[in-house]
Design a protein around this ligand. Structure first.
Ligand code: PLP
Length: 386
């Protein structure tokens, strides 16, 4: 029996392009900081990957930089703490965010609140950013806004461009950061279109290996020294992120991005068709699809089971070789109901009975058939909770 992997929002299998690049890069063992040829060969791989990332982000020359990090979480900590350390405006104490951010943002903000920042969370009921609440939160005290582009549990696409444009119009000095980990290479956007000064991305969500991510930083942020490094030391990555670069991971990240670049429309079409097929099949069994009322990414399908704990169903599916998720990979370590699903409007019990199915271009219709067949058996056999 072939394993059926439908947990692509947690992580993805490596693409052939990434694997091929890894085979090439393992032979290049020099330290990119070394001045000899072995070092420069490694630096060349890093530079090539950086150029690919900047091109995929639609960054024009001298408009901004891309700093490699160890993952999306580190990129976000760098963005949020790096700006907080650099802050000079004493009156800027308010940070705007949503009530459904990934823990890499939410927990970083918990820390900043201990440092005296006031965190204002904009509601995202039914997967839609509340524009009225945003208007009310606008104030000259705004220091920074951090909004995710795509919610990792529901697939909801938030109107980050609209929100950041409004914030910048009212307060041009406010810094805007977008966690685009789930949207990068799936949705078309550029820093200019998003009105974003900082953008977090991660490699392992798009068929690159785990252990590599990065932060886009606008030239203006660097010039005005509105961000300082989070990791300090040897001054790698133009002084913005010390630590010897993960050359193999970085070059595979570049290759994975490059592989998707020319095929974005084709991949998106395939996944949209799979989504349609999955919705049709799921509508015939006793589950509810938590479909955002605004725009959403077709690859993420969140369902609520009728009084069956998601973990119980997850293990039943896993025994059949079908892999989905009972919330984000991070929140599966926690006993609390998912903040994202509660923000969406689910009760704690419903959140506890919800599964996330996340597709990639490597899934086929047969995978959906197998999932729905196994879900149907589970719905009949598994113990219901009160
Ligand atoms: N942001 C979002 C929306 C995510 O879904 C994730 C991972 O699930 C992250 C950030 C963290 O990325 P990483 O696993 O690279 O640290």
């Amino acid at each position: 029996m072939r394993d059926i992997y439908m947990d692509n929002s947690a992580t993805t299998p490596l693409s052939k392009a990434a694997k091929d690049k890894i085979s090439e890069a393992v032979e290049v063992f020099g330290n990119p900081s070394s001045l000899h040829s072995a070092g420069q060969a490694a630096q060349k791989l890093v530079d090539e990957a950086r150029a690919r990332l900047l091109s995929a982000l639609g960054v024009r020359q001298r408009q901004g930089s891309f700093v490699f990090t160890s993952c999306g979480t580190e990129a976000t900590s760098f963005a949020l703490f790096g700006c907080a350390y650099a802050k000079t405006r004493r009156d800027a104490t308010r940070i705007l965010t949503t009530d459904s951010e990934h823990p890499s943002v939410a927990r970083a903000l918990d820390r900043l609140s201990l440092d005296g920042f006031e965190i204002v969370k904009i509601p995202t009921k039914n997967g839609v950013l509340d524009k009225e609440a945003l208007k009310k939160a606008l104030d000259k005290k705004i220091f920074l806004a951090t909004f995710m582009l795509v919610n990792n549990e529901t697939g909801a696409i938030y109107d980050v461009a609209g929100a950041f444009a409004e914030i910048k119009r009212a307060y041009p000095n406010a810094i805007t950061h977008c966690d685009a980990v789930q949207g990068f290479m799936k949705l078309p956007f550029t820093p200019t279109a998003l009105h974003a000064d900082l953008i977090t991305v991660s490699g392992h969500k798009l068929h690159a290996p785990k252990g590599v991510g990065g932060l886009y930083i606008s030239a203006e942020m660097l010039k005005a020294k509105k961000i300082v490094p989070f990791l300090v030391g040897g001054g790698q990555e133009s002084g913005m992120r010390s630590g010897t670069e993960n050359v193999i991971g970085i070059s595979a990240f570049g290759a994975a991005v490059n592989d998707i670049m020319g095929r974005r429309a084709e991949i998106s079409k395939k996944i949209s068709k799979l989504r349609e097929y999955a919705e049709e099949k799921l509508s015939k069994i006793d589950v509810r699809i938590n479909r955002p009322s605004g725009e959403y990414l077709p690859s993420i399908i969140n369902i609520t089971l009728p009084s069956i704990k998601s973990e119980t169903m997850l293990h039943h599916l896993s025994a059949d070789g079908i892999y989905v998720s009972s919330g984000s990979a991070c929140s599966s370590h926690s006993a609390h109901p998912s903040e994202s699903l509660i923000a969406f409007g689910l009760t704690p019990k419903e959140a506890d009975c919800s599964l996330r199915i996340s597709l990639s271009e490597y899934n086929e219709k047969e995978d959906i058939d197998a999932l729905v067949a196994s879900l149907s058996v589970g719905l009949e056999r598994l113990v219901r909770i009160r």
